[in-house]
Write a protein that binds this ligand. Sequence first.
Ligand code: DAH
Length: 346
Amino acid sequence: MKSEIAKYIEEIRAARIEEFKDRAAGVEAFRVRFLGRKGIMNELFEQFKALPAEQKKEMGQALNQLKLAAQAKVEEWKNFVEQAPELNDTHDLTLPADFLQQGSRHVLSVTMNEIVDIFARIGFTVEESVEIEDDWHLFSALNFPHDHPARDMQDTFFVEKTEGRQEVALRTHTSSVQVRVMENRKPPIRIIAPGRVFRNEAISARAHCIFHQVEALYVDRKVTFADLKQTLLYFAKEMFGPDTQIRLRPSYFPFTEPSAEMDISCNICGGKGCNICKGTGWLEILGCGMVDPNVLEACGIDSKEYTGFALGMGVERMAMLKYQVRDLRLYFENDLRFLHQFDNIV
Ligand code: DAH
C-alpha cells in the first residue's frame, strides 16, 4: 500500500493540465478519479481500515499526504481554468500559427500607378480634381456643341438639371481636369490626371457605368504633333514592351484638332493577327490630338502664343490588354480568385 500511495503522489506531481484537450473536463475527471465517491482515495481508505493497528499511524499520514496533494492539484487547476478560460479550448497550441491573409493592390490601381509613373518620368505631374462637375468644365469649355450626343441623358448621370442654372453631372471623362488646370495656371503645363469617371451605360463584359481614365495635357510654346507622337511612342514602349509599334488614325474629338486614335501592335501575337486583335495585328488604346485653339481661349490661354497636346485613355482597357482580362465586370466584383491572380504584379 505504501508503494501504491507513493506512485499516486508521484503521478499527481507530474500531471500537467496542458495534456487535457478540454481542460475543464480534464480537471473534473481528475478530481473524480482521486477524490470522487468511488475514487482512489476512498478505495485506499477502505484498505486502510483493515490494516493492523501498528501500521495505521504511518499509513494514515501517507494517505493524508496523498489526499492533500490531490486536493491541492485540483484547486490549482480550477483556478487556472477560471482565470484563463480562453485557454480551455480544444486547440493544439503546439501547431504552427495560421498565416495572416495579406491583401494586395487592385490590378486597376497597379495599372493606373504604372501609367502615372511612365509620364512622371518625363516631367508630368499628377493633378486630381472633382468627380461632380459642371457643364462648363465637362463640355462647354471643351468645345462640345450644344447638341453633342455626349451631353445626352443616355450618356451622362446628371446630379442637378435645373432650368436656367448650369447643369451638374458626374464627370464623364477626365478631360474636365484639363480645363480646371488651364484656367488656374499659366503654361508651361505638363500634367497627368488619373481618376474615376461615370457613364450611364448598361453593365456588360465590355462596358460599365464606373470606370477609370488617365488624361495627359502638355501646353507650352511650340508644342507640335511631333511631340505628341514621340510621347505616345515612348509611352507605348514603356507600357507594353520595347518592341511595341504604334499607329495613328485620324479621328474626331471636339476638344482637339487634329485628333487621332492610337493603336499599338498587338502585344499578344506581336502583330501577326490573333483573336484578341481580331486578326488585324493592332489594338486601339487611346484618343489624342492637338488642343483645339477654342479650348485654349476658353481657358484664358492665348492660342497664338501657345499650343498643346492632350491624350486620354481608359485604365480598364489598358489592364485588359496588358493582363488579358476578358470581362470588365471582374474588376468590380472583388472575387478573391480574380484578385489573387495579380498578387505579384506590384
Ligand atoms: N475624353 C475622351 C473620352 O472620354 C478621351 C480623350 C480623347 C481625351 C482625346 C483626350 C483626347 O485628351 O485628346 O473618350
